[in-house]
Write a protein that binds this ligand. Structure first.
Ligand code: DQA
Length: 146
């Protein structure tokens, strides 16, 4: 199974950035844990602070991969272009957030991409990514409803 994990803006600073919200681990360290835990999954990881690069990666992997796990960071709340990219591909996309966005500032309560995604997981720290992989593993993402 081939999975693409995409992290958006400022998520390259995980472990350093607001650790009381996002934790003390870098994503690279956490990824090693995922690789150990899911030996049958071929993981591809991409991080970008640039909206267009995130869109390019969705288009590049969205017709051949089994799933895309997307933490679009703040673009979640602003990007119609990422919404459209998700709608334009075949691979199911799961929106993830480390923090519980609904328990934070009101500008984080609305996602412009959720409607285009198969599901949303938020608030479980880095474990949100593992839960998304479990969903794909358990075939909960088959028959992308569009
Ligand atoms: C985030 C939540 C977003 O509101 C924020 O802009 C982020 C991270 C999360 O994983 O909790 O950058 O997506």
């Amino acid at each position: 199974m081939k999975l693409q994990i995409i992290n958006g803006p400022n998520l390259n600073l995980l472990g350093i950035r607001e650790p009381e919200v996002y934790g003390f681990s870098s994503f690279e360290d956490y990824l090693q844990e995922l690789i150990r835990r899911f030996p049958d999954v071929e993981f591809h990881y991409f991080q970008s602070n640039v909206e267009g690069e995130i869109i390019n990666k969705i288009q590049e992997t969205g017709f051949s991969f089994d799933g895309i796990i997307l933490n679009a960071g703040a673009y979640t709340h602003t990007s119609i272009a990422i919404h459209d990219a998700i709608k334009g591909v075949k691979t199911p996309v799961i929106e993830v957030h480390i923090s519980n966005v609904h328990a934070r500032e009101s500008f984080r309560h609305h996602s412009l991409i959720a409607e285009a995604c198969k599901g949303v997981i938020a608030g479980f720290g880095l474990d949100s990514y593992r839960l998304a992989i479990e969903a794909i593993n358990n075939k909960l993402c088959l028959n992308k409803l569009k």
